[in-house]
Design a protein around this ligand. Structure first.
Ligand code: SPV
Ligand code: MN
Length: 635
């Protein structure tokens, strides 16, 4: 082992590994040097000089290119490698283990054999980068050391912006570290430096060995080990140890008199999670993944990451002023799969200004009206085009982002794309009601681009379905039981930014209206406003929203708008219960009994209300009350 490392590594790099003194690290690096056969190996510590080496390598290797704005670079993934590849992603399971039909698995022995063959000699002609990171803040109860091997400087550079440097954490934890390990090879590249052998794309997660394998792909969600790949390992570890890993933003919502109340929020991809975390006037801790632990009777959350890999489509100066500013000023940033014009500037769908006539994008040379092989128009950028940047230097970065103690979570939010069922914001009746009706029953419509047209609803419990390495029933049970032992149970809210007016086909809310929902939830989490209790949950009173719309957005909020947005849609709500119940009865093994009971109790409440008031019920038909949170005393 020592011999192989000494042969491939410079003396300086060998010393870096030796200093860690963890045989598991030595073994992993040695194994993949032997198997993947890179021309050279570079070991990166937390030093500025090492990190610069990676940044420069991405440009030198042609994986990234400099742009007109200082510090900005662009990268293209293969035209067919633009998103998470669910078809080639699997959890490796030993014989006899079943996770249920909604989770893709593969026999562990077969999977390992398959990927080892693919990885063999895959780094010939490439350099291997050895990177040490820390998931969660360093020096904390949450810290998980993560070791990444990759032959893509683009991947290693992304991770620099997205994760906390962890070399010193590896040294600190030494032999005791319970590490996560990632091996990625982009394999053979074409002349555009994108992956050539997409048929051999593989993403295999081995929770037995805390290792993830990724090959022949560059798209971040498939290749950046520490993102969604590490998430699977962490969910598994947490389920054994009694903590949660959630597909959740973490943000400080700023209330009256300087009060900051922290919220987590889960939304399926492309449903406004990043734009929520970046709300103007609030502070961001994280926009994608949170670890949650119960400490001294409170839920404590940390951002697993330190940067964002955000969707760029739709970012404009009005709706997303902070991201807009970051994207238009010098700073370290990587743009993937956007349009690049001759003057090395970027354009994307939904950006301010006219679409340039031509440029280069993920499809190669591009011009307005260009069509793909299936005669479908290629837009200037891919809908999943992304940008990577660190949060630390943003003006809205929360001061506790790196706190080893994390932040106390006082509210939890779930939301999806829903054109016709749920109200814009609603507090659940209890923890279990929230976990079941807002989290486990979460659905999202696949298309919202075409207004008025109903999209296809996809079931996505807690927006975490794609990342579960344990059966759905067990995962939901973990969430329901997470309430046990809490001194103060945070309220759970459901939000819906995507309600559509049936008559006009237009959204019932503007994108910026969500600012008001968060201010209201902040007041509610502190029991400073009353609610109206409906069969689906507790909704805001018009009298409380009106002044918030005025002070936050300078908008006059009419009773008509309120009624349209907050009327209870009984028919649609009942259909949702039917859909969700069917899934849990037929597709999910071991769904907790209380989940089905909670669905049935909601059906009963809805049917009673329907008998009295009909299919569409205005808020005024229900009773207001309960600033103390109960539904009986009415104060
Ligand atoms: C998501 O799709 O939820 C993302 C981007 O955050 S990815 O890394 O592809 O998962
Ligand atoms: Mn995500």
């Amino acid at each position: 082992m020592e011999e192989i490392l000494k042969k491939k590594l410079s003396e300086k790099d060998y010393a870096k590994i030796e200093k860690i003194g963890n045989p598991e690290v030595d073994k992993f690096i040695t194994k993949y040097i032997e198997l993947c056969n890179p021309d050279s190996v570079f070991v990166c510590t937390d030093s500025k000089e090492d990190i610069k080496y990676i940044r420069d390598a991405a440009v030198k290797n042609g994986e990234e290119h400099k742009m007109a704005i200082d510090g900005h670079t662009y990268h293209f993934d293969n035209y067919l490698d633009q998103a998470r590849d669910k078809a080639h992603t699997a959890i490796l399971v030993p014989k006899g283990v079943e996770l249920g039909e909604s989770i893709d698995t593969k026999d562990r022995d077969e999977g390992l054999k398959d990927v080892m063959e693919i990885l063999k000699d895959s780094m010939k002609g490439h350099e291997m980068y050895v990177r040490f990171f820390c998931l969660g803040p360093t020096n904390s109860k949450f810290s998980i050391p993560a070791l990444q091997l990759t032959d893509s400087a683009f991947v290693a550079h992304n991770e620099d912006l997205l994760y906390r440097q962890g070399y010193e954490e590896f040294v600190r934890q030494g032999k005791n570290a319970k590490i996560f390990k990632f091996i990625h090879s982009q394999g053979e590249l074409d002349e555009r430096k994108t992956c050539k052998n997409l048929d051999k794309r593989r993403i295999y997660i081995d929770t037995e060995e805390n290792t993830v394998y990724s090959a022949n792909t560059q798209y971040g969600g498939n290749s950046i080990g520490l993102k969604k790949l590490a998430m699977r390992l962490a969910i598994k570890r947490g389920s054994k140890e009694g903590w949660l890993t959630e597909h959740m933003l973490l943000m400080g919502v700023h209330g009256p008199k300087g009060r900051v109340t922290y919220f987590t929020g889960a939304f399926p991809s492309a449903c406004g999670k990043t734009s929520t975390a970046m709300l103007d006037g609030e502070t961001i801790v994280g926009d994608d993944i949170s670890y949650l632990k119960k400490i001294n009777g409170e839920i404590i959350g940390v951002n697993v990451e330190r940067g964002m890999f955000g969707i760029i489509q739709g970012i404009n100066s009005k709706d997303d002023p902070i991201q807009w500013k970051a994207l238009n000023n010098p700073r370290e940033i990587i743009l993937s799969n956007v349009l690049i014009t001759e003057d090395k500037k970027a354009h994307w769908i939904g950006k301010n200004g006219d679409v340039p006539a031509k440029g280069i994008n993920h499809s190669g040379d591009w011009f307005v009206g260009k069509k793909d092989a299936k005669d479908k128009e290629i837009k200037c950028s891919h809908p999943n085009a992304r940008f990577t940047m660190s949060l630390d230097t943003l003006e809205n970065c929360d001061k506790n982002i790196h706190s080893p103690e994390g932040v106390t979570v006082s509210g939890i939010v779930y939301g999806g794309r829903d054109s016709d069922t749920c109200v814009p914001v609603e507090e659940s009746l209890s923890w279990t009601h929230g976990i079941v009706m807002k989290g486990a029953a979460l659905e999202s419509e696949t298309t919202a681009a075409t207004l008025g047209q109903e999209g296809v609803r996809e079931f996505n419990p807690m927006s975490n379905l794609d990342f579960l390495p344990i059966p759905i029933g067990e995962y939901i049970k973990n969430n329901i039981e997470f309430e046990n032992g809490l001194k103060k149970v945070p309220p759970i809210f459901g939000v819906n930014y995507f309600l559509v007016d049936k008559e006009t086909g237009k959204f019932l809310n503007e994108k910026t209206d969500k600012k008001v929902w968060y201010k209201w939830m902040e007041l509610r989490a502190n029991k400073e406003v009353e609610v109206i209790e409906t069969p689906t949950g507790k909704i805001p009173k018009y009298e409380d929203l009106k002044p918030l719309f005025k002070s936050v957005l300078g908008k006059d909020y009419s009773p008509e708008a309120y009624n349209k947005q907050f009327m209870i849609r009984v028919k649609e709500s009942l259909s949702k219960i039917d859909r969700i119940k069917k899934i849990y009865e037929t597709k999910v093994k071991d769904a907790p009994k209380v989940l089905l009971e909670t669905l049935e109790a909601q059906r009963k409440r809805l049917l009673e209300a329907q008998a009295k008031h009909g299919d569409y019920i205005l808020p005024e038909k229900f009773v207001a009350g309960g600033s103390c949170g109960c539904s009986c005393c009415g104060h």
